[in-house]
Design a protein around this ligand. Sequence first.
Ligand SMILES: Cc1cc2nc3c(=O)[nH]c(=O)nc-3n(C[C@H](O)[C@H](O)[C@H](O)COP(=O)(O)OP(=O)(O)OC[C@H]3O[C@@H](n4cnc5c(N)ncnc54)[C@H](O)[C@@H]3O)c2cc1C
Length: 308
Amino acid sequence: MTGPANIAAALKGANIGRVRFNEPMSRHASLKLGGRVDALVLPEHEAQLEEAVRRLREHRIPFLPVGNLTNILVRDGGYRGALISLRGLDRAVCAPANDGRFWIDAQAGAPLGRIVALAAESELTGLEFCAGIPGSVGGAVWMNAGAFGAEIKDVLVFADLIDDGGERKTLRREEIAFSYRKSNLPANVIICGARFALSKGRSEQIRDRVAEIMKWRQEKHPLQYPSAGSVFKNLPGMPAGRLLEELGLKGRRLGDVQISKKHANFMINKGQGTASDMVKLIRLVQEMVQREKGLFLETEIVVIGEEW
Ligand SMILES: Cc1cc2nc3c(=O)[nH]c(=O)nc-3n(C[C@H](O)[C@H](O)[C@H](O)COP(=O)(O)OP(=O)(O)OC[C@H]3O[C@@H](n4cnc5c(N)ncnc54)[C@H](O)[C@@H]3O)c2cc1C
């Protein structure tokens, strides 16, 4: 079942937090573009999340969990079904483990920036690589976010989730297959929270490393424009950005979507960009890379929703 009116009827009276119908994703996505979702469900605690999933499943309404929407492109035709935003579930706490290490337990909606700060305040090392990644814990686990040679799987102990059968489960890191910017968790599995294991470090060193990474990002990435970070996955031994730069693609523009002149693997929205401009630009790049280099460039960003 899809469509805002049908979904509104199906969700009537349910204690699932706020719901926004026919909501433009340009309001929420870091790209500041994208079509409308039939329903954006915003639970504020786990009981509301569980109830939302139960209702949506019961009425056979397609759904997908989202975090900070910093790695998603919603096509202009919008998403038929419900997006469940985990942003309201954002607690994170730090506790000693019994093996000399320390844990950070975070709900899925906690921003990575917050857990990086919590680790630094607690003099814990291991999460510095996440500095400046604007996503949430849930998105980072689902995509195995990474930077500077480290990935979220390196610090993950377990993830709490609602599986694709609607059951609550805890999966240890070893039970999830992770690879480059990918896990084997199905699309509609909802990560509710995660535990990370960190070690005691030196406060000054941790803060310096975080500051160094933030400075590097400021210098290398076009952070003054809306984007979704790297659009394409790197190829073995060849960063996608360098490949696109070599092909002269820096600055290439379709409408208001442009391949950044600062970093060729970023596509930026110069104001009135549309998802269809971005999808066309992605295809143009993929076709050119295939033609010129015989290589397939896979997108890192997740593209959802329908064409116009
Ligand atoms: C300026 C900038 C810099 C970036 N730099 C990096 C970088 O260095 N490294 C990197 O890896 N990424 C980077 N990113 C991309 C992005 O921030 C990360 O991939 C992040 O982990 C995505 O998290 P999110 O909460 O925004 O996920 P979303 O964009 O909301 O969702 C991404 C995917 O994860 C799924 N998902 C989200 N939450 C959950 C959940 N709770 N349970 C199950 N599935 C879920 C969604 O269904 C979707 O398929 C960058 C983005 C920007 C804009």
